[in-house]
Design a binder for this molecule. Structure first.
Ligand SMILES: [Zn+2]
Length: 198
C-alpha cells in the first residue's frame, strides 16, 4: 500500500465527514490498515471485527443501498444509538473504496498553456466519456483587466482513446490530437485537487 494514496483516501473521507472526530478517522484507518475489509459482492462488504476496537462480533456486513450505507452493527443491542451515526465499519469501507478508486487505472493527457483568454473544446460525442478538469493560476497582473494565467487542463477517460481537441489561447486556435496514456487515478487528484506549485 502506498502512503501517498492512503493520505489521499483519508483526505477524501475527511471531506465527506467534516464533523467526525480524529478518533473516528483513526479507527477507520486501523480497520483498513489491518486488512479487515473484503468485498463480498457489489455494494456488500464484510468487515472483520476487532475486539480492541470494541467489536463483539467476528464479522460485520456493510451494505450500500439507495445512496446510503448500512451496517449489521445497527442491529445489535447498541443499534438504536448507533443508527444515527456512521460507524467506523462503514468509515473503513469508504476508506477502502476511496483507496481502490485512487489506485485504479485511468487514461490521461495534460495540456499546459499560458494565456489571458483560453478555451478547450472536445467533440460533443465525447462528452460524458471524456472528462476535463482545469487548474488555473494567475501569473501576471500587469494588465489588471486582463491578467495572464497558467492553465493546466487534465483530460481523462476510462479507456485509452485518442481525443481531438480545439485549444484557443488568446485568439490562437490549435487543433490537438491527444493520446490518453495510462496512469493511476490518484495522479489526477494530485494534479487537480492541490494548489499548483510550478
Ligand atoms: Zn458498524
Amino acid at each position: 500500500m502506498s502512503r501517498e494514496l492512503i493520505d489521499l483516501a483519508i483526505e477524501r473521507l475527511r471531506e465527506d465527514f467534516p464533523n467526525k472526530s480524529k478518533s473516528w478517522i483513526r479507527r477507520a484507518l486501523i480497520r483498513f490498515m489491518k486488512g479487515t475489509i473484503r468485498e463480498f459482492s457489489e455494494n456488500v462488504w464484510v468487515v472483520r471485527g476487532l475486539p480492541e476496537l470494541g467489536d463483539k462480533y467476528p464479522t460485520y456486513v456493510v451494505r450500500f443501498k439507495d445512496g446510503k450505507y448500512y451496517c449489521s452493527c445497527f442491529e445489535s443491542s447498541w443499534g438504536l444509538r448507533r443508527k444515527s451515526e456512521v460507524c467506523t465499519h462503514i468509515a473503513a469501507v469508504i476508506l477502502y473504496r476511496n483507496y481502490r478508486r485512487l489506485d485504479s487505472d485511468v487514461y490521461v493527457s495534460v495540456v499546459n498553456i499560458e494565456c489571458t483568454d483560453y478555451y478547450l473544446e472536445i467533440p460533443s460525442e465525447l462528452r460524458g466519456k471524456v472528462r476535463i478538469v482545469k487548474s488555473v493560476k494567475v501569473i501576471d497582473t500587469t494588465d489588471k483587466l486582463n491578467p495572464r494565467h497558467r492553465v493546466t487542463y487534465v483530460i481523462y477517460a476510462s479507456e485509452p482513446i485518442e481525443v481531438r481537441a480545439k485549444l484557443v489561447c488568446d485568439g490562437d486556435v490549435r487543433e490537438l490530437s491527444l493520446k490518453l496514456a495510462r496512469t493511476r487515478r490518484y495522479m489526477i487528484e494530485l494534479l487537480t485537487h492541490q494548489p499548483f506549485q510550478l
